[in-house]
Design a protein around this ligand. Structure first.
Ligand code: DPP
Ligand code: ZN
Length: 880
């Protein structure tokens, strides 16, 4: 495999104005006929260069140029291209190929999942369907006819609007779909299967009626209402917040069981991993309900940010993904609790994206080189990309940002554009120069921002000194300063926000404001402060940086209680916990007895006893920083010490806070018992506090807690309570109860694949000794299969990604196991193989002995035979 560089981008030599496709689906093969109405790209020079079409794993049956049948002498064919010589500016290519969706295990292109045909074309799957210019800057008008046996495939779908159907008399039928919007091939979709649908309607802001349909396998028809509600909310929200209206007469979602990613925004025909559509109380947790809402919104929002305006090339992927994640996170914030959503997003970003930014695969939000584009559907492109958009939103303000997005959509509707075009629209709408800001797109790595203070009592002035730096990342040794928006307030001794007047200002400007740190070193001096204030910095996590300020533990306790920014109250608690946990880690490493700083107990007691706090906030504040985050902030992560310290702190807190935890648990459990399940944020909040309380309480091993846990497991109307009870049982030492619960759960839910995924995950993540052998045994379970990506993620992904103490076993058994799985997946599904590699790529974080073991496994993968470009790129970069 070779590197592809952004600097080598060239516009396409030819364009495809119209694409007419006919699919004949059979059990042992599929025939694809493509008619491409093409012309020379007028933007390119004169002459007629050879036409090079992409195509992989296609059996070419016929090829014609302007109705003239071509023979092998007229074209060149290799394993990824078909090259021929046009003779006129405008011409028509007709091709017929045979493909084999029935044996496609990579789940890219056209494939079969649970008996239905479906597609996944992003990024480069369309070339596995027919010969084409498979690049996002080639946009075409598609007409698609699908023909299949009627009994097994009564439903035939593609993009756009249905225009004709008919039957062929031999038990087969067909349907033709026409998509009036120009689109690149990666947005093409086809579905054929025995599906049922739930139908609804939406009236758009200009009073157009749209039919909404969600298609699922018949047994899941009772699990789509939540997705339908989420879709209607998304459509309304995008009209209200972005002025974006839906544009076809019909919008469809199809749920499929075997899917490499979460979902795909194909024009008018979104295809979803069933885990991101199906949700009802009995079978899906609150987290799953929220994921469904967010993913439905995300894919719907792509209709504008991605489809109407698409990417020129795949280096611009964050143009659509960063923007769309930002849009869906704001949507979720509006539908639920804004502060809680922000806390969840930041905790996730800091644990996972920061780790990516510090590892061998670190890349800018707009990468400048890749080997395999599938490897770049990353946390950096998505989550950091969204943070970059959030910063533009913060710097410009909501109203100006909206002007910028209106200009962007108006200016580029129907075009394939770049991140620069997006920023230019924001600049033009605001008059703000974002040229330095654009370093966020080109420089990888997580900036550090060190802040120090000094107070001048004689002058009543307070100075904050900022120093920014950014560590080297692969290919980027030196970094230039970023524009870092720092939202802050200064608090007095009662926690009130003080008026903020900077040197040079003749009066205060607000009490919470955004400063821009643009230099490597920069100071801000505030005037008229009669006593030294306490700063509340980076409110709402206004920039994706690692900020440090020398807070004392007492100051953090004060901020936990008094900061008027909800996010920063949580953040103060996290920083306090980190300090306390790091002290315990040190004690463990020195072989000393562990002693918990009682201030953490006091702080969490007051959180628990504060009846006016949102219960979801209480639950978030009770959650100690995870082992993954503690690993990320360590120079050398001591797996055993981190685990021991955190478990010690949890069990000390459980004993010390037993009374208030038990009171909170019982009160909430009582409400759960007497209230039917509702998927709304106040209810999510109540259950999240109930369940985290239970997880602490079970650490005490008290009989009354075990009884409560078993009762919750058995007597509840929803998966949130049931699964939480199962998880704490699985992590407990009550062997008989645990085994009984696992058995009854599996018997009850054995036919529900998504629920069984949860059952696998809970066990794979259990940190009790013997994790690897449990996982190996579960791989033999009849409900497990390596062919289904959700199963791989649920068992292997959960083990390697969440069960750090077992995965990093000192004998290297966890590493060997993961490498074996990657080697086996490399042959069947390269995208999933490459994704599972993540934990091994972080070898630099560990001690010398673990480093050697991890590297040895990466080398073994490299030597294991013919590697996909996906796996090769990640392994070779990790070893470089
Ligand atoms: N473009 C897809 C998404 O919405 C990727 N599968 O993220
Ligand atoms: Zn997306």
């Amino acid at each position: 495999p070779k590197m592809i560089y952004l600097k080598d981008y060239q516009a396409p030599d030819y364009l495809i104005d119209e694409t007419h496709l006919t699919f004949e689906l059979y059990e042992d093969h599929t025939l694809v006929h493509a008619q491409l109405v093409m012309r020379r790209n007028p933007a390119c020079g004169a002459g007629l260069p050879p036409l090079v079409l992409d195509g992989q794993q296609l059996e070419l049956l016929n090829l014609a140029l302007d109705d003239r049948e071509l023979t092998a002498a007229d074209y060149q064919l290799d394993d990824s291209h078909l090259t021929l010589q046009p003779t006129q500016e405008r011409f028509v290519i007709d091709s017929s190929v045979r493909i084999h969706p029935e044996s496609n295990t990579a789940l890219e292109g056209l494939y079969k999942s649970s008996g239905m045909f479906c597609t996944q074309c992003e990024a480069e799957g369309f070339r596995k369907i027919t010969y084409y210019l498979d690049r996002p800057d080639v946009m075409s008008k598609f007409t698609t006819t699908v023909s299949a046996e009627q009994h097994s495939y009564p439903v035939l779908l593609s993009n756009g609007n249905p225009i004709a159907t008919g039957s062929e008399g031999d038990g087969r039928h067909w349907a033709t779909w026409e998509d009036p919007f120009m689109k690149p091939a990666y947005l093409f979709a086809l579905v054929a299967g025995d599906l049922w649908c739930v139908e609804d309607r939406f009236t758009t802001m200009s009073a157009r009626e749209v039919t909404l349909r969600i298609y699922v396998e018949p047994e899941n028809i009772d699990k789509v209402q939540h997705a339908m509600d989420s879709l209607k909310k998304s459509m309304k929200w995008d009209e209200e917040v972005y002025g974006r209206e839906y544009d076809l007469d019909i919008f469809m979602i199809v749920a499929v069981n075997d899917f490499n990613m979460g979902a795909m925004e194909n024009k008018g025909l979104n295809i979803f991993n069933s885990s991101c559509v199906l949700a009802r109380a009995e079978t899906a947790t609150d987290a799953a309900h929220q994921r469904v809402e967010a993913v439905v919104a995300h894919e719907y929002f792509h209709n504008w940010s991605g489809n109407r305006v698409t990417c020129r090339d795949w280096f611009q992927l964050s143009l659509k993904e960063g923007f769309t994640v930002f849009r869906d996170s704001e949507f979720s914030a509006d539908m639920n609790s804004r502060t809680v959503k922000r806390i969840e997003d930041v905790a996730y970003l800091r644990t996972h994206q920061f780790a990516e930014d510090a590892g061998p695969m670190a890349h800018p939000v707009r990468p400048d080189a890749y080997m395999e584009i599938s490897n770049f559907y990353t946390l950096t492109i998505y989550e950091k990309g969204s943070e970059v958009l959030r910063m533009i939103h913060t710097l410009l303000g909501a109203e100006t940002f909206r002007k910028g997005s209106d200009l962007y959509f108006a200016r580029h509707d129907g075009q394939a554009v770049t991140c620069d075009d997006f920023v230019k629209a924001m600049e033009d709408a605001s008059g703000v120069d974002l040229s330095q800001f654009k370093r966020w797109y080109t420089q990888a790595g997580t900036p550090r921002l060190e802040v120090s203070e000094s107070y001048d009592a004689a002058a009543n002035s307070y100075r904050l000194q900022f120093r920014q730096s950014c560590p080297a990342t692969p290919g980027q040794a030196e970094k230039l300063p970023f524009v870092i928006p720092v939202e802050l307030a200064l608090l007095d001794a009662e926690g009130r926000e003080l008026p903020l007047q900077l040197v040079g200002e003749d009066k205060p400007v607000g009490r919470s404001r955004v400063l821009q740190v643009t230099q490597a070193e920069q100071a801000f001096t505030f005037l008229n402060l009669e006593a030294k204030p306490l700063p509340s910095l980076l409110r709402g996590f206004s920039a994706p940086v690692k900020l440090s300020f020398p807070y004392s533990r007492d100051q953090l306790m004060f901020l936990m209680q008094h900061d008027s920014d909800g996010f920063n109250r949580w953040e103060a608690g996290q920083q306090l916990s980190v300090q306390v946990l790091q002290e315990l880690i040190g004690q463990h490493q020195r072989g000393e007895a562990l002693v918990l700083d009682q201030r953490l107990v006091t702080a969490l007691r007051s959180v628990l006893e504060n009846a006016s706090l949102d219960q979801a906030m209480v639950a978030e504040m009770l959650s100690l920083p995870g082992e993954g985050y503690l690993t990320e902030i360590s120079d050398v992560a001591d797996v055993d010490a981190i685990h021991a310290a955190r478990e010690f702190a949890r069990s000390e807190l459980a004993s010390a806070l037993f009374e208030p935890l038990w009171a909170r648990y019982q009160a909430n459990r009582e409400l759960s018992r007497s209230t039917a399940y509702v998927a709304e944020s106040a209810h999510f909040a109540r259950r999240s506090l109930q369940n985290i309380a239970l997880s602490y309480l079970m650490l005490t091993g008290k009989a009354e807690v075990l009884a409560a846990c078993l009762e919750q497991f058995e007597v509840c109307d929803n998966m949130t309570e049931r699964l939480a009870a199962l998880a704490v049982l699985v992590n407990s030492s009550f062997e008989a109860e645990k085994n009984e619960a696992l058995k009854s759960f599996a018997e009850h839910f054995k036919d529900n694949a998504l629920v069984m995924d949860q059952w696998f995950s809970v066990q794979a993540a259990s940190t009790l000794p013997g994790g690897l052998s449990r996982v190996q045994a579960l791989m033999q379970h009849p409900a497990f299969t390596m062919k289904n990506p959700n199963k791989v993620r649920a068992l292997i992904g959960a083990f390697a990604g969440q069960n750090l103490i077992n995965f990093h076993a000192a004998d290297g058994s966890g590493y060997r196991f993961l490498a074996d799985q990657v080697i086996s997946l490399n042959a069947s599904n390269p995208q999933i193989a490459s994704r599972q590699l993540g934990p091994l790529t972080r070898w630099r974080k560990y001690d010398a002995s673990r480093q050697a073991l991890m590297k040895a496994e990466l080398e073994r993968i490299l030597a294991s035979g013919e590697l996909s470009s996906d796996v090769f790129e990640v392994v070779s970069k990790s070893l470089a």
